[in-house]
Design a protein around this ligand. Structure first.
Ligand SMILES: O=C(O)C1=C[C@@H](OP(=O)(O)O)[C@@H](O)[C@H](O)C1
Ligand SMILES: C=C(OP(=O)(O)O)C(=O)O
Length: 431
């Protein structure tokens, strides 16, 4: 069991590991482009390592040394039929994007993952890919893993996704890249656009418009040679939250990706009254990057919903922690997608924060959190969900006494070194 003690203050000048979404795509697209691509800043977390292992099984030579990865791409149709099943571990991004890619390949493959993945819905991807002509089988008619895909010739599709999901959008666009004709994906609210940005840096022509993305089939990827992955704003969010709720804190986080489809957490922190500034704003590989400085300031409650939700979906667990320390009632709505992440994050956040004495209620599509509350150290569980484990650790930094968290190995999915890093940025509470 990992323990966290109430912190005196949070201070320092740090970096966080590479962006998970960008790291997955960097490996996938490099494998699909002919020639050598060097990736730096790669997230060597369990999810992105699953992506590497799957592409090795598809015949791609990948050398990985910590944050440095070299991929010997063989072109879109250079992949070979895997001799064994492809195990994507805990990673929803890996399985859904690979479904799109494998649907275009002239061979058979089988995808499995862990028990959390086995509960996550896949019809949202199986459905449009079948419409395009892919032959996919799986439990409950393709809703759940294991999934078996026999790829082949696809036709373009005009797909109106009922959910705002970058994984759905990316899977359909990737399949569309090798389909006959044009593929258009519409979504209710704009989800993260790393696929579109990185594919453009690999020479693909695609049009983003209000409400969707359009791509023409029959395009090949051309490696840019190097891909630089910025720090993950979803990981930085835990440190930003810590500095936002522990009095007297002052923290600088360098080299963080600030793509506007991901910066909902910055908007929310500012709206709550946090003293937060972006420095040295620049663009790297078509992705906006900045250094983020935050100083403690008292917080007030917020209402969060609508188009903001996809821009902060993975940050909701830690936003709930922030809300326990903000004056007033915070309401989060339009976030039913939380129910189909690694855990049902509405249920797990509510159950675990209640152990600290937080005033938090689940709703149909979100939660309602009463602030500000004095939290008491508790023994809580990550439920095997990295973001829940880290959010509870941040709660532990303001809770009276000591907090214990079980199943914390899950944090390696997206933030290896998390507990060591929060140790280095905190001064002990001397009260
Ligand atoms: O495309 C991606 O890299 C991701 C998309 C999001 O999922 P959805 O597409 O299911 O919203 C997000 O929650 C996940 O952590 C990463
Ligand atoms: C939901 C997440 O990832 P994935 O869907 O890739 O498992 C996450 O990282 O919070």
């Amino acid at each position: 069991m990992q323990t966290v003690k109430r912190a005196g203050r949070i201070h320092g000048d740090v970096r966080v590991p590479g962006d998970k979404s960008i790291s997955h795509r960097a490996v996938m697209f490099s494998a699909l482009a002919k020639g050598t691509t060097r990736i730096d800043g790669f997230l060597a977390g369990a999810d992105c390592l699953s992506t590497i292992s799957c592409f090795r099984r598809l015949g791609i030579d990948i050398e990985q040394n910590g944050e440095n990865v070299t991929v010997q791409g063989k072109g879109w149709f250079g992949l070979t039929e895997p001799q064994d099943i492809l195990d994507i571990g805990n990673s929803g991004t890996t399985i859904r994007l690979m479904m799109g890619i494998l649907s275009t390949q002239p061979f058979h493959s089988v995808l499995i993952g862990d028990e959390s993945i086995a509960r996550r819905p896949m019809k949202r991807v199986t459905g449009p890919l079948r419409q395009m002509g892919a032959d996919i089988a799986g439990r409950q008619n393709g809703e759940y893993t294991p999934l078996s895909i026999r790829g082949g010739k696809l036709n373009g599709v005009e797909y109106h996704s009922p959910v705002s999901s970058a994984q759905v959008k990316s899977a359909v666009l990737l399949a569309g890249l090798q389909a006959e004709g044009e593929t258009v994906v519409y979504e209710p609210e704009c989800s993260r656009d790393h696929t579109e940005r990185m594919l453009r840096s690999f020479g693909v022509d695609m049009e983003s418009f209000d409400g969707g993305v359009r791509v023409r089939g029959g395009q090949q990827l051309i490696s840019p040679g190097d891909v630089h992955v910025p720090g993950d704003i979803s990981s930085a969010a835990f440190l930003l939250a810590a500095a936002a709720i522990v009095p007297d804190s002052h923290l600088m986080i360098r080299n963080v990706g600030v793509n506007p489809t991901r910066t909902g957490i910055i908007d929310v922190l500012k709206q709550m009254g946090a003293n937060l500034t972006l420095h040295n704003e620049r663009e790297v590989n078509g992705e906006p990057v900045a250094d983020i400085e935050i100083k403690y300031a008292p917080l007030t409650a917020v209402e969060i919903g609508g188009s903001l939700i996809p821009r902060l979906i993975d940050e909701v667990p830690v936003i709930a922690v922030l809300a326990t320390q903000a004056e007033g009632t915070t309401i989060i709505r339009d976030a039913a997608e939380l129910k189909v992440k690694e855990t049902n994050r509405i249920d797990t956040v509510v159950a675990e924060l209640r152990k600290f004495g937080a005033g938090i209620e689940p709703t149909e599509d979100g939660m309602r959190i009463q602030g500000r509350t004095t939290l008491s150290g508790a023994v809580c569980d990550s439920h095997g969900d990295h973001r829940i484990g880290m959010a509870m650790a941040i709660a532990g930094l303001v809770a009276e006494g000591t907090t214990g968290i079980t199943q914390t190995e899950a944090v390696n999915v997206s933030f290896p070194g998390f507990f060591e890093l929060i140790q280095t940025v905190q001064l002990p509470d001397e009260k």
